[in-house]
Design a protein around this ligand. Sequence first.
Ligand code: M6R
Length: 366
Amino acid sequence: EKGGYEHFMLKEIYEQPRSIRDCMRGRIYPEEGKVQLGGLKEFTDKLKNIDRIIIVACGTSWHAGLVGEYLIEEYARIPVEVEYASEFRYRNPIITEKDVVIAISQSGETADTMAAIEMAKEKGATIFGICNVVGASIPRITHAGVYTHAGPEIGVASTKAFTAQVTVLTLMAFYMAQQKGTITNSKLTELLTELDCIPDKIHAALQSNDIIKEVSAKIKDASNCLFLGRGSGFPVALEGALKLKEISYIHAEGYPAAEMKHGPIALIDEEMPVVFIATKNSSYEKVISNIQEVKARKGQVIAIVTEGDVEVKKMVDYCIEIPDASEAFLPLLATIPLQLLSYHIAVMRGCNVDQPRNLAKSVTVE
Ligand code: M6R
């Protein structure tokens, strides 16, 4: 059942070229520059006039929501707020009939996310779901939704469900942009043509496995680890840190790279591995200066870089390459090496990768 892999987590990491392809099937038409989301069809008119979107989720799904915020604001120009379901439900949030709430959940059973949906529904908001498990509770209480179709995820640490959630959010952002007219047909054609190649690029990113194993061996005994990124690299950093802490029990934190100097920099010494998302995008130069700040304090830097990068390579201890891509798709690619890194470290530390202590696959208690 593990298909020859030692753990479900590794199998699910390697399934991503296929799960992303499944997630996009029948939904993108690159030649026509068109996105079709059957689940949202009834709401096409509503999508033209939304003032605000609120995304609610927990854990990894919340990180996907943060990537979604970048994409929806960038392409559909709709303001987005991303909330922890557990916080949102206990506030007295301002929600009106004009709001759209997007609830993200792999299992579709998370208690806090369900309660947040019920509350927003009572206040008249329209609720869209992004779920993986077909027929779960959340898809039954939302007004509409889009399944991620990543297939069953057994490992407690979410991997292929995360990249599928990000893919659905990318499709939603493009769909809304298309309905609102905030994107030209030629731009959408270009983006969809590139998105269509992302499964192949994920396949290529998985080829760094051996290097990642070597890096894992070097840092496996650390007691702390920092993950830093900017822009949509920030949620990727958060997700990398969550993955590492939940399966290897190394204390890890994700931070926006520029926030480092407001506190976390005090932690940096020779013992501290710092993982940077340093791919070639609009924040590349800024990230480079953040790397210099860490190196000046003797931190060990592991950088996720764009294939062929030379500048970052000169400065850091270890480099892991991913294929080049437009900024919109970087989170999908940069996540892959971080999943493998946490996996190998956890295995080397003798941890129970698929069933980490104190955790359950779906959190049905509040
Ligand atoms: O099923 P859900 O997506 O609603 O679950 C939310 C979180 O419990 C989940 O993502 C959790 O953080 C994972 N263990 C992360 O790997």
